[in-house]
Design a protein around this ligand. Structure first.
Ligand code: 7PM
Length: 274
């Protein structure tokens, strides 16, 4: 990672979200979408992003499936263009092995997989590509995961799942120092699950892998703040991000890089110890 800041003497990184979907950069063909994505990439880098998470598939509950070819068509030109212009770590947000291969060939440095390499062929692709991988926990599938999430002990179950996926990766040949773990806030979790899991972050951090946390603009913030609009959850997201870093997380994934970077600077100035 190229790391901008430290918290508690540990390097931390801000991952900015760059979604390439027709709803975010619409019509006019590929040239316009690439131009719009590049403008967004520049804004995120200028605001302080160390990593850009580039994704062409929406994991929104109920979102329609995107074909492999369409996903590759969306992300590859943007990855190439970002790689040419900016000195930033590029992460590809995908569950599909063919997209992982095309993205890394185009210049992506990391894989971010909300399915933790469980798709057929995904684990082998990641081992072959030999890049860092973020393994995320999700209960169920994006379309239905919020219907009836259920856990006996959410922190223990999420931690066990992620450790099992990390062991599978290591058995398959991935180097342990290339693995990050992510509890997957909002992915098959109620508000009570999400808050318990957040408070349980030290347990996940204690397993020894770097932890990535993504809460930016999510519904859990909307519920805590009684704020229906994602744009109204920015401050809550920045506060949650610094709390996650204080709990020992190493990477925060956010739509709001400028505000998150500011929150981290204040954290460093006023609470650098412990
Ligand atoms: C609708 C629902 C739209 C959820 C977008 C989302 C994470 C991620 C996402 C995360 C990692 C969002 C999510 N969230 N990857 N991809 N960790 N590693 O809010 O928390 O961006 S998609």
């Amino acid at each position: 990672m190229s790391l901008g800041q430290t918290v508690l003497n540990k390097a931390v990184a801000i991952m900015g979200v760059l979604n390439i979907t027709p709803d975010s950069f619409s019509d006019g063909g590929r040239y316009l979408s690439v131009a719009a994505a590049l403008a967004q990439a520049e804004a995120l880098v200028t605001a302080g992003a160390d990593i850009l998470d580039i994704g062409g598939e929406s994991t929104r509950p109920g979102a329609s499936e995107v074909s492999e070819a369409e996903e590759i068509d969306r992300v590859v030109p943007v990855i190439q263009a970002v790689r040419q212009r900016f000195d930033v770590t590029i992460s590809v947000d995908t569950r599909k092995p063919s997209v992982m291969r095309a993205a890394v060939a185009a210049g992506a440095h990391w894989i971010n997989d909300v399915e933790a390499l469980r798709a057929p062929g995904a684990l082998d692709a990641a081992v072959e590509l030999d890049v860092p991988v973020c393994l995320m926990h999700m209960q169920g599938q994006p379309g239905t995961m919020q219907k009836a999430p259920s856990y006996t002990d959410v922190t223990t179950e999420v931690t066990e799942f992620l450790l099992e996926r990390a062991r599978a990766c290591v058995r398959a040949g991935l180097q342990p120092d290339r693995i990050l773990l992510d509890p997957g806030f909002g992915f098959g979790k109620t508000l009570a699950h999400n808050t318990a899991l957040f408070q349980g972050l030290p347990t996940l951090v204690a397993q020894g892998y770097p932890v990535l946390v993504g809460v930016s603009r999510k519904r859990m913030l909307g519920q805590l703040l009684d704020e229906p609009e994602p744009e109204g959850r920015v401050l809550g997201g920045a506060v949650a991000a610094v709390l996650a870093l204080q709990y020992g997380a190493r990477v925060v994934r956010t739509h709001d890089v400028k505000e998150t970077a500011q929150a981290i600077r204040i954290l460093n100035a006023l609470a650098p110890m412990q």
